[in-house]
Unconditional design. Structure first.
Length: 126
């Protein structure tokens, strides 16, 4: 079976797929961060590391969008991280500034290389 590369490219870079990935990723992060602490399984590693990985993964799912949309989504992801930290005390969790900073670091891990790629792409076109 032959895969049409043009259709595959259009599907991977479609706005619908990117929005779907963002929504599903956001739901997964909300579930993981808003589940009451007594119901969470123990996981190896630092809580901050988990925040960094989760939010970097969510940002990465949006990294293939057009640049302006990606920037907007990155800010939405950061706002989501802030909202989660505000809501956590209501579900028997601790909202912490350090967790929010870890969320932002996760987004920046994806955002900074994406900005660098965009700048190099613009430079090459001149």
């Amino acid at each position: 079976m032959m895969i049409n590369k043009t259709l595959l490219y259009e599907w991977l870079y479609s706005a619908r797929l990117q929005i779907l990935a963002f929504v599903l990723g956001s739901i997964a992060i909300c579930f993981a961060t808003l589940t009451p602490a007594e119901h969470l399984p123990s996981a190896p590693g630092s809580d901050k590391f988990h925040h960094i990985i989760g939010f970097a993964g969510l940002a990465f799912m949006c990294a293939f969008e057009p640049f302006k949309r990606f920037i907007a989504m990155a800010f939405l992801i950061i706002l989501l991280g802030g909202a989660i930290e505000i809501i956590q005390p209501m579900v028997n969790r601790n909202g912490e500034w350090a967790d929010f900073y870890a969320n932002v670091i996760g987004v920046l891990i994806v955002l900074i290389p994406r900005i660098g790629f965009q700048l190099s792409f613009i430079t090459e076109q001149k």
